[in-house]
Design a protein around this ligand. Sequence first.
Ligand SMILES: [Zn+2]
Length: 118
Amino acid sequence: MTREELKTAVAQVEPFEPAEAERRRRMENREYFTHSYAHRGKDPDNCAACALRLKVPNYAGWILTYTAAGVPMGSRMKIALAEIEESKNGNPRYYENILRTLATFRPYWLFGKDKGGA
Ligand SMILES: [Zn+2]
């Protein structure tokens, strides 16, 4: 899936309501920025914040986290596009969730300068 194809798909869904967007923003910020008890116990393999920072994030729903927490994708964009394409048929509920999350937070990695929305 290309960025343009993804933008077209995102344009066809509704963003989340403001209260739901705020709930997700807070939740995903916590996921990304708070290292867990496991991390402090010197077990970063079981720390979500560490798993999210890997070049290939080893964390289910990481695209939602990056998007709602406003974290730049960097080199992960290619992986993200492949995973989103895969979810389209393999996990339609996750796909829908990703599209609505993108429509709500309109991340720079997808929308670049035409940013707008929530
Ligand atoms: Zn950690």
